[in-house]
Design a protein around this ligand. Structure first.
Ligand code: ADP
Ligand code: TRP
Length: 321
């Protein structure tokens, strides 16, 4: 079985990325050959500073390795080290109906936010389809917001297979129900674009301040709160605290008498502990960038081996070999 996922190098990774995509992806390493990549071609659709892109690519590499990606077991690489994926994007584009792309929520959301779209942003799901199909991937662990893109991938693969004969493996998305959408500091989906993130490797003082600034309701401390499970700090605490502690805090909020300030202090402490080991590992890796680069190079070589075979198959089947 082959497992594949990608993440854009568009800024510091946050707790939503971690629980929605990275943690499931890291756990799936056990179940087959996993390929995880840093989607730098994708980042061109929204980020135009070359130096920032280079820095972000390295940051994502450090973050992912620090969080437990095992390069002995998993193929970890930079998307652009496998340029074959761009050729496959073109082959797939020619069988992708416009309507399929016009319906994509992620594109429509970005337009609604006032982003002036380029063709790359519109065609992005086709590049993502090529990312997935070029490695004969079976399973694609992503957060809920990417589900539609995996569905587009399936539709495009089925269409190509119908037109040109069996070429691509049809992939399945893998979405964890319990962390499908991690809420951000304002209760909306945690996202870089909403400025409501808790970074995985943030700086202690700034992060404490962010967490203490979570806005809560204004009911008196002593009032019992039957909706404690809907409390934002409790929802986040359940992700990072030992289950017993999270349950105890939830019960204390429910019963009344437990102040929100105390609750937020607990949330910060639990968050800080949860990522302590990864933080130490990240510091070691940051002192050893040659090692990180060698991991990416080795990953690219293996990824390219697979990609070349699948691209050859696609070229042959559509008659441009
Ligand atoms: P952002 O919304 O911050 O730009 P990305 O779109 O780069 O995040 O997402 C990278 C990966 O992390 C995707 O698989 C996405 O589904 C997942 N992800 C991002 N935010 C969340 C969240 N709040 N909850 C769950 N998964 C998330
Ligand atoms: N579009 C994904 C995101 O923004 C990143 C991505 C690119 C991806 N190609 C992929 C995810 C292939 C899974 C599979 O989060």
């Amino acid at each position: 079985m082959r497992i594949l996922s990608g993440i854009q190098p568009s800024g510091s990774l946050h707790v939503g990325n971690y629980f929605g995509m990275m943690k499931p992806a890291i756990e799936l390493q056990e179940r087959g050959e996993a390929l995880y990549f840093i989607a730098d071609y994708h980042s061109l659709t929204s980020l135009t500073d070359p130096e920032v892109r280079r820095k972000n690519v390295m940051d994502v590499a450090l973050d992912f390795l620090a969080c437990g990606l095992d390069p002995e077991r998993t193929v970890f690489f930079r998307q652009s080290d496998v340029p074959e994926v761009c050729e496959l994007t073109w082959l797939l584009s020619t069988v992708t109906p416009m309507g399929l792309l016009e319906r994509c929520h992620s594109y429509k959301d970005k337009i609604a936010k006032g982003i002036s779209p380029n063709h790359g942003l519109f065609a992005y799901p086709v590049l993502m389809a090529a990312d997935i199909l070029i490695y004969d991937s079976n399973l694609v662990p992503v957060g809920k917001d990417q589900k539609q893109h995996v569905e587009v991938t399936r539709d495009v693969a089925i269409k190509f297979n119908q037109l040109y004969g069996e070429t691509f493996v049809i992939p399945e998305p893998e979405i964890r129900a319990e962390v499908a959408t991690v809420p951000g500091l304002d209760g909306q989906k945690m996202s870089k674009s909403y400025n409501n993130t808790i970074e995985i490797f943030g700086e202690a003082k700034a992060l404490r301040k962010k967490i203490m600034s979570i806005v809560m309701d204004s009911r008196p401390i002593d009032e019992p709160k039957p909706d404690a499970d809907q409390n934002l700090a409790i929802k986040l605490l359940k992700l990072v605290a030992p289950p017993d502690l999270a349950r105890e805090c939830e019960e204390r909020v429910r019963a009344g008498g437990y102040g929100y300030g105390e609750l937020k202090k607990q949330l910060f402490a639990s968050y800080w502990d949860y990522f302590a080991e990864a933080r130490a590992r990240r510091a070691e890796l940051a002192d050893n960038l040659d090692y990180v680069n060698s991991v990416l190079e080795k990953g690219a070589a293996r990824a390219r081996e697979i990609a070349t075979t699948v691209l050859k198959r696609a070229r042959r089947n559509c008659g441009i070999d």
